[in-house]
Design a protein around this ligand. Structure first.
Ligand SMILES: Cc1ncc(COP(=O)(O)O)c(C=O)c1O
Length: 403
């Protein structure tokens, strides 16, 4: 069956945070300054959701659930947990016990819950930067401190400095590590060897690991997701994995995500903490959509990955041929293109300001991702091909204008 990723869908009037600019974005000028002046229609390539409609199987299941008409309290159930386990087996060859699965209202809310309940105030929290900006916010909101292990770009591929990783884990204040795999924004799918080394170090220093695998289904051809839990036994180090379909099938507004915790005591503690916060249960319409996605969404996802991969290839080819000032990093996973802009000779503020006011394109500024982000932008390429082409044309014209 063919799926349509080419149609441009107008999202105005749908309260889309990515488009309505009422939501302040990290590292962006004040929203009021976005898209000032005259010019073509703005293009938003910032926030990590897609410009594609969810798979038809998901929409139909949600519509059927809506027609039922009763939306009472809903629990994660055995059939939901089994759908999650079957999906992980089918997509990633990862065998999980359905009993390890719980749910929450999103990955960021899960992180806040973990910090609130399992990480002492004043702790050091290890992050591999550049990193997803809300990680920094979550850490400071819980009066903890960011401890940085910078990923180093070596020949265009980001690598882990394991000596500094171990030094950070050995610090007495560091008790918690946030792993992001595939990594937003640098697009790495960490290898089994890298993950094993990280797991060994975390086990040695008794570090609790939050494995954010929310982009884990969005793996570009030639790469694979190695789920972190497959390289550890789950009790040492203690691991809480977060995943789901919010990125995979563009369902972020449904506020449903999974947690996978093989350590029974930790799982019970997590569920108890959710209950204490009044955060148990899940939205029945979201649940119907997710279950359909897990059961029937594979072919749509395969087609989506091919489409996004082609967008990335087009982006790289166009930069190489016409916009050599931009150096896109090869992305192994996620639909987010990380781009080195140092070749423009412009500082970040000027470059972002020109993108907004002249090209009228909104992206994420690299400095929002912390150490190592300066001089980069993150562009969301999960959009129709015509939008990628138009954005590239505008960027080229912007850089060629004399001033
Ligand atoms: C790495 C990463 N984690 C978490 C999230 C947000 O997840 P949620 O919407 O489930 O809170 C995002 C969204 O961009 C992300 O990129």
């Amino acid at each position: 069956m063919g799926f349509d990723f080419d149609s441009v869908i107008d999202r105005s009037g749908t309260w889309a945070a990515k488009w309505d600019h009422t939501m302040a974005a990290h590292g962006q000028p004040a929203p009021a300054e976005a898209f000032v002046g005259e010019g073509p229609d703005p293009i938003s390539m910032s926030v990590a959701d897609m410009e594609f409609a969810a798979p038809p199987c998901v929409t139909e299941a949600m519509a059927a659930r809506l027609r039922h008409g009763i939306f009472g309290y809903t629990t994660p159930s055995t059939d939901y947990r089994e759908a999650v386990a079957d999906w992980q087996m089918a997509r990633h060859d990862w065998k999980i016990d359905p009993a390890w699965v719980s749910t929450h209202h999103g990955v960021v809310p899960t992180l806040y819950m973990i910090l609130r309940n399992f990480v002492a105030e004043g702790s050091g929290v290890l992050l591999q930067t550049p990193a997803f900006p809300p990680f920094f916010d979550a850490i400071s909101a819980h009066d903890c401190n960011v401890v940085t292990n910078e990923l180093n770009a070596i020949d265009g591929r980001y690598e882990i400095d394991f000596d500094s990783f171990e030094q950070a884990c050995a610090r007495p204040d560091v008790t918690f590590f946030i792993l992001c795999n595939p990594h937003n924004p640098v697009g790495r799918c960490f290898t089994a060897e890298e993950l094993t080394r990280m797991a060994e170090i975390c086990a040695r220093h008794d570090i609790l690991v939050f494995a954010d695998e929310i982009h884990g289904d969005l793996i570009m051809p030639g790469n694979r997701l190695v789920p972190f839990l497959t390289v550890c036994d789950g009790t040492s180090p203690r691991v809480i994995t977060a995943n789901g379909l919010s990125k995979t099938m563009n369902l972020a507004g449904l506020h449903l995500s999974n947690v996978v915790i093989p350590d029974t005591a930790l799982l019970e503690a997590f569920n108890a903490a959710s209950g204490m916060a009044g955060e148990w249960g899940l939205n029945p319409v979201s649940k119907a959509g997710f279950m359909a996605g897990f059961r029937e969404g594979g072919p749509w996802l395969d087609a989506l990955i091919t489409y996004v991969h082609d967008n990335m290839a087009l982006f790289r080819k166009t930069c190489a041929e016409r916009i050599p000032e931009l150096s896109p990093i090869a992305i192994e996973g996620t639909y987010l293109q990380w781009v080195d802009t140092s070749g423009t000779g412009l500082d970040e503020e000027t470059f972002i300001h020109r993108l907004l006011t002249r090209a009228r394109i909104r992206v994420e500024a690299g400095s929002a991702f912390g150490v190592g982000g300066e001089g980069f932008i993150r562009i969301n390429l999960a959009c129709p091909r015509s939008v990628v082409t138009e954005a590239l044309d505008r960027i080229e014209r912007m850089l060629r204008a004399n001033d």
